[in-house]
Design a protein around this ligand. Sequence first.
Ligand SMILES: O=C(CO)COP(=O)(O)O
Length: 127
Amino acid sequence: MPDRTAVALVAHDAKKDEMAAFAVAHRSVLAACTLYATGTTGGRVMERCPELAITRLKSGPLGGDQQIGAMIAEGRIGALFFFVDPLSPHPHDVDVKALTRLALVYDIPVALNRATAEILVGALARR
Ligand SMILES: O=C(CO)COP(=O)(O)O
């Protein structure tokens, strides 16, 4: 069983402002979770929410997406918030695909956009 209290935050560059705003809006729910993030996303969220303890992994293009994917495979992540930019090319597109694929393989809740994230964070709040 995945660690249901552990949450990963990932956002493409064009979605980082949205991820930071999402974290601000739901900081109390997120504070009750064990938080992991890819490097730049984690930095941006911590700028806005310095009270959140976030373990920052490598930046996505440098392996951070793969690190989170490996944690999912190990049962160490219970939910993934991954704000995807569908309108830009990404040099590490294969890593992005691998991360979302592993989230499906291990059947963890995944929010790929803000609308779904609002629903998922509500579910986390009720746990
Ligand atoms: O590239 C990413 C997702 O694919 C996210 O990585 P950063 O948070 O380091 O920008």
